[in-house]
Ligand binder design. Structure first.
Ligand code: NAP
Length: 263
């Protein structure tokens, strides 16, 4: 008696080889021009977001530079707009005040330095509110605008710390890991409307967030260039530095590979 699909008959829910080939081709090679597009960057008043906004402008995009305090945006040739990603009213107002956004960069981020075990619970919540709930809220608010375009893109600024946790800043790592899972969910949920979702993974960059770090830091201008090149190339996962490449490669080794000291 036959109890399940014949192993020689293709299952209708299982993608065949052609589908897989087409999907991976789409993921790797469908380019997207930044010139002429409208982009919005959260947390664009300083740090990495400021570099992203400046370079988007220089590549010919119309740029909304979103910030909690729009008066703090000091870039010429961009449109400052108020946006606190943790405030639903502010998110809704920003979405209502903008039009034509085809590239959304979820960059705003907090760095409380809290440990999950000993840190202040308010700091731990702030990390999740900013990186996870904030990114989710902004994405939901702007998804209809993105859908109006034949091609649109979201870049979520993640971290190598989405993949590996450091005990002294574990609340940040947990929030970045949650944002990574969110990103993966959004890739699938937004694909039908033609919005591709990319993640950026990077180690330390030389910004205020990492001001106490004494280890080597990347120049955020270089990483912004890699990120925007990745959007233009249609990459789904932009792994911007050596440490992120090493940790990505170690993921398949599981806990033993990532945390040899406790395995
Ligand atoms: N620096 C690193 O080593 C590093 C490494 C990997 C990933 N990242 C990620 O890169 C992104 C940018 O960080 P950064 O290094 O540029 O840090 P940063 O220099 O501290 O800048 C953080 C930015 O996020 C904004 N922000 C914070 N909370 C916000 C909120 N609730 N609503 C709107 N904007 C908010 C800040 O605005 P205010 O000026 O109003 O505070 C500021 O513009 C973050 O997602 C971070 O996790 C950083």
């Amino acid at each position: 008696m036959k109890t399940g699909p014949d192993e020689h008959e293709p299952d209708e829910h299982e993608p065949d080889e052609d589908d897989l080939t087409n999907t991976s081709l789409m993921e790797r090679t469908s380019p997207m021009e930044i010139t002429g597009k409208t982009a919005l960057v959260t947390g664009a008043n300083r740090g990495f977001g400021r570099h992203l906004a400046a370079q988007l402008r220089d590549r010919g995009a119309t740029v909304y530079a979103a910030a909690r305090n729009p008066a703090a945006v000091d870039l010429a040739g961009v449109t400052p707009i108020a946006l606190d990603v943790t405030d639903p009213a502010s998110v809704a107002a920003a979405a209502a005040a903008t039009r034509d956004v085809a590239i959304l960069i979820n960059n705003a981020g907090s760095g409380t330095g809290a440990s999950l075990l000993t840190g202040d619970l308010a700091d731990i919540r702030l990390e999740m509110d900013t990186h996870f709930h904030g990114t989710l809220a902004v994405t939901r608010a702007f998804a209809p605008q993105l859908a109006e375009h034949e091609q649109s893109a979201i870049l979520n600024v993640l971290s190598v710390l989405s993949w590996v946790s450091l005990p002294n800043i574990s609340a940040y790592c947990a929030a970045k890991a949650a944002e990574w899972s969110l990103t993966n969910a959004l890739r699938a949920e937004l694909a039908p409307q033609g919005t591709r979702v990319a993640s950026l993974h990077v180690g330390y960059m030389d910004t205020d967030l990492a001001r106490h770090v004494t280890e080597p830091k990347s120049d955020p201008a270089d990483i912004a260039r890699i990120a925007l090149d990745g959007i233009e190339a249609g990459e789904a996962e932009i792994v911007a530095d050596e440490i992120s490449k090493q940790v990505l490669a170690a993921l398949s080794a599981g806990v033993r590979g990532l945390y040899p000291q406790v395995a």
